[in-house]
Each structure stands twice: as C-alpha cells, then as structure tokens.
Design a protein around this ligand. Sequence first.
Ligand code: UTP
Length: 294
Amino acid sequence: MASKVRKAIIPAAGLGTRFLPATKSVPKEMLPIVDRPSLLYIVEEAVRAGIEDIILIQGRQKTAIEDFFDVSYELEDKLERDGKTAMVENLRRIRSLANIISIRQKQPLGLGHAVLCGRPIVGDEPFAVLLGDEIMIAREDQETTTKTLTRHFESTGLSTVAMMEVPESEVSKYGIVEGEKNSDGTLRVRNVIEKPGKDQTKSRSALPGRYVFSGEIFQYLQDTKPGKNGEIQLTDAMTQLAHGSGLLASGFEARRYDAGDKLGFLQANIEMALEHPELASSLRQYLKGLAQKL
Ligand code: UTP
C-alpha cells in the first residue's frame, strides 16, 4: 500500500481577471458563496479526506486569506461579550481545521508553477491539489472528491486525478484526458491536452481541478518549459507522469461548481442558499415569483 496523503496544495494566486474589478483587491477564492468564502469549502473538503497540512499558494492580496485563518482577538472578544457564542465557536473551528502554511507565488506563471511553489514544504511526499476556484459539495453520506482520489492513490500507488464528462462545446475550456478504461471505471491516462482546439481530441473527459500526485510530478514540473500563454502548464507535466510511473483518472460523486466563472459562481450561490436554513424558504418563494415574470 502507498503512503497516506497528508498534505494538500491549494493554488490561489491567479489574477482572477474574470472577476475584475472585484478581484483587484480581493482574491477570487475569498468571494463568498452565501456567507462563506469559496476557499473554506475547499479547505473543508481536504480536511474530510484526512489532509492535515494545507499549503496555500498566494499572490498579491495574500493578507485577506491569511487573516481569514488567523485569530481575530478583537472580533472574537466582542462577539463573546455580546453572548454570540455560536459565532465565536464557528470562527475557532475554522482556524483549527488544519495547519495552514502560506507560500507566495511572486508572479502568476501558471498553475504548474503555482504547484511547484509548494515543493519546499511537500518534499517527496504524495500530495493533493485542489483548485481554489472549483467547489465540490459532497453530502455527508458521500465521499468527497479528494477522498476518492486519495483512496485510489493509497490502494494503487498511482497518481490519480478527478475527471468528468463535458459536452463537446465545452472541451476547449478544460484540460482533457485521453486513455483506456479500466474494468473499475477509472481511466489509465495516456495523454493530457490543455484546452484543446476543435477536432484536436475525441475525448470528452475533462479535469475539474482535483488531483493527487506522487512527489515525482515536481521533477516534471521543474523541467517543463512555459507552454500555452507563456505559463507553466500542469497538464504538460501530467502527460510526462502518465508516460512515467502512470496516471489514473476517476469520476466522483460530489456536485461541482466552477466558482471562477461568473455563471458558475451565481449557480453555486443560488443552490447553496436553497439549502441554507435561514434562506431556503424565502429564496424559493422569491425564485418562483421571478420565474413567472421571465
Ligand atoms: P485560473 O486560470 O482559473 O485562474 O487558474 P485565474 O488565472 O486567476 O483566472 P482568470 O481566468 O484570470 O479569471 C486556476 C487556479 O489556479 C490558480 C488560480 O488562483 C485558480 O485557483 N493559479 C493560476 C495560481 O495560483 N497561479 C497561477 O499562476 C495561475
């Protein structure tokens, strides 16, 4: 059995240009889904998969994220004096979720480069990567996506990434995997293509931003030359890994939202609000009324 996956890298240093002007001063990972920053959903997913150390790769506005996972004495003291104990307890729970380690990516040189920035902390250990703007919601009775990947890694010793089927019209928005199906439904990956153009692939298996890698990926990233848009692409190193020790891709149970995209962000907000005890019934009523006017 392969060693346990205890560390995760969350890259959150992108420029977030699709959310400008909001992201000029707030990292997109801190934009709220109802009342919680999207990053919190991601950290909680990692923790449910048994991750203990979380390495946040951060860019220019890193203090907003660091402060979120730090103690705010003033705020907690005031809430306590006002008798808002449940709120204080929630804040304490959040800051004790995991060991949060912060690393600065000095220039946004791409996702591959962001992952490589975590190498000094991760060393040779296997690790998970969770993109800071992709939200995966697993019910209590479901396995989180990161847990599915660590389970495959721990039983096969092979790096494993999440995959989902997308319509042909969306293929050019994602990294796409090609390979051969195994009997358990996983894919033995042969090739990974970053945002393929029309007719470049027949595959519809896209990468939604959850990965578990063996430490070997760092060597490939180190040797990867800048590709599309002058960025160091994670997908290029993944192809090397597939040709090296091997790479699996697996489906997952959770609901997924692309919160880095305006429509996906709004959908996540509406759907999560429909499950929020304070909002569910009034929002449902409002949406029904609105739908009749549309
Ligand atoms: P995206 O390409 O979706 O993020 O990267 P972006 O570049 O910030 O978004 P737009 O297109 O300009 O709106 C996926 C994830 O990788 C991180 C981002 O923060 C995001 O969570 N990332 C990307 C980095 O940490 N560093 C980079 O150099 C690039």
